[in-house]
Write a protein of this length. Sequence first.
Length: 451
Amino acid sequence: MREMLFDSILSQDIAFFDEETVGDLTSRLGSDCQQVSRVIGNDLNLISRNLLQGIGALIYLLILSWPLGLCTMLTCGTLSTIMLVHGRYQKKASKFAQEFTASANNVAQEAISLVRTVRVYGTEKQEFKRYAKWLDKLYDVSFRQTMAYGGWSLSLNYLYHSTQVVAVLIGGIAIMNGKFTAEQLTKFTLYAEWLILSTWWIGDNWSSLMQSVGASEKVFRLMDLLPSRQLTSKGLRLQKLEGRIQYADVEFSYPSRPSAPILRRLNLTLNPNEVVAIVGLSGSGKSTIVNLLLQLYEPTNGQILIDGVPLSELDTRWFRERIGFVGQEPKLFRMDVTSNIKYGCPREVSQEEVEWAAKQAYAHDFLMALPDGYNTIVDDALLSGGQKQRVAIARALLRDPAILVLDEATSALDAESEHYVKSVITEVSTDPKARRTVIIIAHRVVYDSSG
């Protein structure tokens, strides 16, 4: 189930991740899936077994004495009514509990991932209060669930012992009148106990089932989501990607902010093998232009043409395989350096090709100085921002892309790192053998053909 849910999540459009939080999704993958697996592996089995036992006990009770059997049925009917009410409450409470757990996980994940900012600003207590707020809500729900379960257990004990008292009284009178034997009364008492306990176990497992159903509703809703059309549709594959890009009357607003237009009637043409810098203030829509080219979002109006063919008609996977992208803050995976550089490459590459790409990105020397060279496992503290940027550029160059996109690749770097990255960008932009279209997103013009 976790595999199916994870696959469904990864198959969604980027707009889906704009609305969902990481903590909520990881909570669904963790505790929620565990709840559902418990239902499949345990609760349904126990409910079925106790239901069969209870039906058998009831039939035998009615054969022994139908008046006493009906009294026992009345007790079981009362327990069943309480069971249904209790189950509905547990289902509702479980939904709240899972939501509060997901919110607490989200706060914890956010605080831990930004722990340096938390430490510098001294907001540990503030983050603790944010986390404790959700835990307090979770405690309140859990306490109410416990109290409800206590009421359910109390009703069982009361009705169970009441049934025994009634059976002994009525059975004793029947024995005195010669209509019943002591052996029959003993059998009746034992089977009545079996029936009532079966009913209780059904109710107990039903309550657990309702908790799992409440927790699993969003899991199944996520699993039922249709995958992104880009991942399922098969579009056109051009014989050769020249790299001519045309934005024709493109308009766009983010799905989470439909009333705030980002682009209005954008008309822009980029010719093959051309180096184009898109310069503007923060929030002016520079990165949005790239996001639309990468098909992370679809234009609200207008269209993007690639070599004269609408981008929406091209095979998305095929097109992305021919694009190299380096973002402002490249993220490296917790794997060895070689795997990070190879990541997403559509073809099999040798170690020599990996090292060639690293040399092109001025990354080979510092990578060789790592404890295990290219086999060193990457973590956040291992490489500086500029080094990560050069590894990301090596990853993009290894693909030998027809279109190379550099989205503010030097905006967050120190002077030395910026110098290296600028040198790389200048070289890949002016290499006559590469024959690629290069798009540079920047706050200001910082590159020229001479380096």
